[in-house]
Write a protein that binds this ligand. Sequence first.
Ligand code: NAD
Ligand code: TDX
Length: 354
Amino acid sequence: MTTQNKKILITGGAGFIGSHVVRLFVKKYPHYLIVNLDALTYAGNLENLKDIEPQPNYLFEKGDITDEARVDELFHKYRFDGVIHLAAESHVDRSILDPLAFVRTNVLGTACLLKSSLAHWKDNMNDKLFYHVSTDEVYGSLGATGFFTEETPYDPRSPYSASKASSDHLVMAWHHTYRLPVMLSNCSNNYGSHHFPEKLIPLMINNILNDRPLPVYGKGENVRDWLYVEDHASAIDTIFHRGRTGEKYNIGGFNEWKNIDIVYLLCSIMDKHLGRPDGASAKLITFVKDRPGHDLRYAIDATKLNKELGWRPSLQFEEGLEKTVTWYLENQDWVKHVTSGDYQKYYDRQYIKR
Ligand code: NAD
Ligand code: TDX
C-alpha cells in the first residue's frame, strides 16, 4: 500500500498490541487519519493511548466489530482506505472457560469487517488493503525441533487458536472469492508495556511485586518464542506498506524460552530492582495444574519477512524484559486500574478455585 494520504481503521487499538500499532502509525504518518474502533472489553483501556489522544490525526470510536450496522456506519462516515484488524479475544485460558465469546468476536467479528470492507471497496479496490493480525498458535504445537513456516498446515488446538485459524481462513476466502486485497501475519508471543496481567510475563511481574505465588503450569517446560511488542508493530508497518497482496508473513525473533527459565529470569531482574536478596522472589514459584491441551512449543521461522522486506527485531530479550519490568514498576497506577473490577474474579476462578 502506498504512503499517500489515507484513512485507516485500526480495530482493537485500545488493547496491548493495538495501542502500540496506533501509536506508531499516528506518530509516523501525520498525514494519515487513524480511527481506532474498540469495544473496550476488560482488555481494552483508553489509558493506553493517553499520550497520543490530542493528536489531530487520531480518533476513537467505541463499537463492537460484531455489530454490522456500526461497522458499516463507520465505513460510510470515514471512507477508509485500509483496515488493520487486531480486535480479538486473546487469552487462551479464558477461551477454555468461555469459548463462544471467542467464536463471536474472532470469527463473526472478522467476517463483519470483511463484509463491510468489500461492500465499500468493491467498485475500486485500487490501493485498498485489509490487513489481518494473527498468531503463530494457528499452526498447533511443535515437538523439540523444527519451526513454523508460512507453509505449515494449520492445526489449532485451543478454542482461541481455532477461532483465530477460522478468521485467517475467512480473510483468505474473501481474497480468493471476491478479490478483496488482503494481507495476513502470524506472530509469536509478544511482551512489553501495557500487557494485561493475565498473560505470563505481566502476571509474574505483578505477583513478584506483591509477594504472591508464581503459578507455573505443569513443569514449566513449555516453550514460547518471544518478541518485543514494538518490534511486532514495526513488522506490521513494514508488511502493511511493502508486503505483497494475498500473502501471509510469519513474524518472530528466533527467541525461544522455556516458561520456567523466563520466570527465574524475571525473579532475578525483580530482586535487583526491589533490593531483595538474590533468590528471594524465586521462592514464590509454585507449580500448578497444567493448562488443558497445553501446546508444548511454538517457534516461528521469520525468514520470508526478513528476506523479502528486510525486517528484523531491534531488541534482545534481556534488554526488552528489563525495559518491561521498569515500565511496570513506574506505572503501578495503570496496573491498579486494570486489575480492579473483574480481574480479581477471573484470577480467583483461574488460580484459586480450581
Ligand atoms: P488484547 O486482548 O490486549 O486486546 C484486544 C483488544 O480488542 C481490546 O482493546 C479489546 O477491547 C478489543 N476487543 C475485543 N473484542 C472486541 C469486539 N468484539 N469489538 C471491538 N473490539 C474488541 O489483545 P492483544 O494481545 O493486543 O492482541 C491483539 C491481536 O494480536 C489479536 O488479534 C491477537 O490474536 C493477536 N496476537 C497477539 C499476540 C500476543 O502475544 N498477545 C501474538 C500474536 C498475535
Ligand atoms: O499463569 C500462567 N502460568 C503459566 O505457566 C500463565 C498465564 C501462563 N503460563 C504458561 C502458558 C504458556 O505456555 O506460559 C506460557 C505463555 O502463556 P500466555 O502468556 O497465556 O500466552 P500463550 O498461551 O502462549 O498465548 C499468547 O501468545 C500467542 C497470547 O496470549 C496470544 O494472544 C497469542 O496469540
